[in-house]
Design a binder for this molecule. Structure first.
Ligand code: TYM
Length: 328
């Protein structure tokens, strides 16, 4: 039996944060040896909201560079840019034609994002999950490792695949979602009741993967906690719970070991230690990222090879789909 296949994607919005790393990228790195993997910088998803062309171009490279810096390796994984493989857009159209509008109206992310943009909302943002389904289904994906916020999109992808198979025959593999038992939803630092995300208004909300040690210390020092004293995991105390969870994810200690370690210590002690743990964990990735971006031509070479490998697979699959629909 061959290896099972993983597909996952990440937007090119720039400034990846600790949520992206702990909820997704780090698991991709850990799982990659056991699976056959495709990791995609989804630039076509990124343009569903307005982007400055020059900044977008730089962000696409930054995110791709980070995947390699974090430890995604060519021996195990294909890393590529979505718009370099045309079959993604083409399959998205074919899937659009069988996806009921009502299914998309239920998508939580669309509701949240469209509320912010009001009447400027694009059709692309609305059928964003159909393009995501195309990404996954083109590669006969078995498993999609993502953070919790993507669960609904992967479930929709399964529904679309099932509907397609019912109409045209067994063409698509039904993918399962993988959400890490811990870290599937890393919360914001200043507002720990919301997931960590890039926010224009609140710069302290997220730790970015390129943050300097000083920035990390300051952000953690300012993170919202509560007026209690005891340092323990407790869902009802979202601030302290989030800090401890990040600590747990990065040190890989058990909850008991961590609680015991902090007996008699203050929030200040926890924050100081946590900041150093984060700095220590990000340091090697930041170093490698600098090496990658300084080596002329390296990233282009890797991404060209990735697009070729992904393109071969996707094009073959697409031809087969076109035949089943009656377009060839
Ligand atoms: P994106 O770019 O928003 O996020 C990339 C990955 O990071 C995870 N993530 C988090 N995990 C834990 N805590 C957080 N605070 C946090 N914030 C983000 C996301 O869950 C995701 O796994 N629609 C997708 C991209 C996509 C895709 C795909 C994913 C396009 N096609 C196909 C899987 C398969 C997105 O916007 O992810």
């Amino acid at each position: 039996m061959g290896k099972q296949r993983i597909f996952s994607g990440i937007q090119a919005t720039g400034s990846l944060h600790l949520g992206n790393y702990l909820g997704a990228i780090r698991n991709w790195v850990k799982m990659q040896v056991e699976y056959d993997n495709y990791f995609c910088v989804v630039d076509l998803h990124t343009i569903t909201v307005p982007q400055d062309p020059q900044i977008l171009r730089a962000n696409i490279r930054e995110v791709a560079g980070f995947l390699f810096a974090a430890g995604i390796a060519e021996e195990n994984s294909v890393v590529f840019i979505q718009s370099h493989v045309k079959a993604h857009s083409e399959l998205a159209w074919l899937l659009n034609c069988i996806t009921p509008m009502g299914w998309l109206q239920r998508m939580i992310q669309f509701k949240e994002k469209s509320e912010k943009q009001k009447e400027d909302v694009s059709v692309g943002l609305y059928n964003y999950p159909v393009l995501q389904a195309a990404d996954i289904l083109l590669y006969d994906t078995n498993l999609v490792p993502v953070g919790e916020d993507q669960k609904q999109h992967v479930e929709l992808c399964r529904d679309i695949a099932q509907r397609f198979n019912y109409r045209y025959g067994e063409i698509f593999v039904l993918p399962d979602v993988y959400i890490p038992p811990i870290g599937g939803r890393v919360m914001g630092l200043s507002n720990p009741d919301k997931k960590m995300s890039k926010s224009e208004e609140k710069k302290d909300e997220a730790i970015f993967l390129l943050d300097s040690p000083e920035e990390i210390r300051l952000k953690i020092q300012r993170a919202t906690t509560d007026s209690l004293r005891e340092i323990c995991f407790d869902d009802k105390r979202s601030g302290i719970n989030n800090l401890l969870t990040i600590y747990q994810l990065l040190t890989e200690k058990t909850r008991e070991q961590i609680e015991e370690h902090f007996v008699g210590k203050s929030y200040k002690d926890l924050k100081e230690e946590l900041a150093e743990v984060i700095i220590g964990s990000l340091h090697p990735i930041q170093e490698r990222y600098r090496e990658i971006t300084e080596e002329k031509g390296y990233l282009d070479k890797m991404l060209n090879r990735g697009a070729e490998r992904a393109g071969d697979y996707a094009e073959r699959k697409l031809q087969m789909i076109l035949k089943h629909i009656g377009l060839r």
